[in-house]
Ligand binder design. Structure first.
Ligand code: 13P
Ligand code: SF4
Length: 336
């Protein structure tokens, strides 16, 4: 068996106690983070699902495509990735010469976890003539088994770039996969993975909410299940959803994705109302437990001590990068 891509257990052990370091309560963390950023020529890239304070201090906030493009083009020496593990790994593959830090190494992803590389390798062998398209929400090792990567912004372009008679395996998100089958008319073999946050929405509660807010538009991320997407006025990536709320004449939106994005929606359209889509349980929140492991305190410690760092074996960077480069080429040609 090939060497493990990233030995999380070892890395966590190495930094055991690191998160317990006391931070002087009188410190202005915003000021300190900004000072350290300048001193170390570091850049903070943050996903929209991060807590508002992290979004506010980030140099760049974006969806998975935007974050990858930024990681590829930055001239900073250090990339602090305020997001989850697969995003920081992607940044490392795109900028292998740079130090890539993740404030909490345990910030994983249920979708990436749903496709372990050894199982996927065996699955792929059952479909020998297929091209593999993987959603970027997968491990670096899965990317080494992938022909073209995609994000929710460019997935349709990626599928349409493949000749019509070429069979395709799509992994790991079965919901995004089913949405793409419908949208492109391509009959793809789907891996059975899903995101825990986007699978939690209750269609029944959303319907009731829509009845109570008849003017509101339901906007949804394509990681949601088909019965939620069927009701949506608009489907798109996080950036797609944000831009839609800015151009739509609607004044109220029911937002079926992780609630962190609402911070930017409210900033961009302070006169509009954003209601998080209700989940199918008693929990009142739609927060990704992985994304939310990062905090401003951990961000500060990470920048100060330059730990924990994302390290990948050379073979993973070499073999895994090709599918990301292909995705970036297709996106550039499509003007995305
Ligand atoms: P995008 O921001 O690319 O839409 O992806 C959403 C997501 O689930 C990231 O984990
Ligand atoms: Fe993964 Fe879902 Fe969290 Fe995104 S929201 S990081 S897909 S678990």
């Amino acid at each position: 068996m090939k060497e493990a891509v990233l030995d999380l257990a070892t890395q966590n052990l190495e930094r055991k106690g690191f998160l317990d370091l006391e931070i002087d309560p009188t410190l202005d963390l915003f000021e300190e983070i900004n000072r350290l950023k300048k001193e170390k020529n570091a850049i903070i890239l943050a996903h929209y699902y991060q807590e508002p304070d992290i979004q506010d201090i980030a140099d760049y906030i974006g969806d998975s495509l935007g974050l990858s493009q930024e990681a590829a083009r930055t001239e900073a020496d250090i990339i602090v990735f305020a997001g989850v593990h697969f995003m920081a790994e992607t940044a490392k593959m795109l900028s292998p010469g740079k130090k890539v830090l993740l404030p909490d190494l345990k910030a994983g992803c249920s979708l990436a976890d749903s496709a372990p590389a050894p199982l996927f390798r065996a699955f792929k062998e059952r479909y020998p003539n297929h091209v593999v398209v993987s959603y970027i929400n997968c491990t670096a090792e899965l990317k080494t088994l992938t022909d073209i990567c995609c994000t929710s912004t460019n997935a349709v372009h990626v599928i349409e770039s493949i000749p019509e008679d070429q069979p395709i395996i799509f992994a790991p998100d079965k919901n995004l996969g089913a949405y793409l089958v419908k949208k492109t008319g391509r009959d793809m073999v789907l891996w059975n993975g899903a995101c825990m946050v986007h699978e939690i929405f209750s269609a029944e509660k959303i319907t009731k909410l829509m009845l109570r807010h008849p003017e509101a538009e339901l906007i949804a991320h394509p990681e949601c299940e088909a019965h939620i997407l069927e009701k949506a006025h608009f489907i798109g990536s996080t950036t797609g959803l944000l831009k839609y709320t800015m151009r739509s004449s609607a004044k109220e939106f029911i937002v079926a994705t992780e609630s962190g994005i609402i911070h930017q929606m409210e900033k961009a359209s302070p006169d509009k109302v954003f209601i998080p889509a209700p989940p199918d349980n008693t929990c009142a929140c739609n927060e990704c437990p992985h994304m939310r492991l990062n905090t401003l305190e951990k961000l500060y410690l990470c920048l100060k001590y330059e730990k924990p760092e994302i390290l990948l074996p050379d073979w993973v960077i070499e073999q895994g990068r090709t599918c990301i480069d292909r995705m970036l080429d297709i996106s550039a040609r499509a003007g995305l």
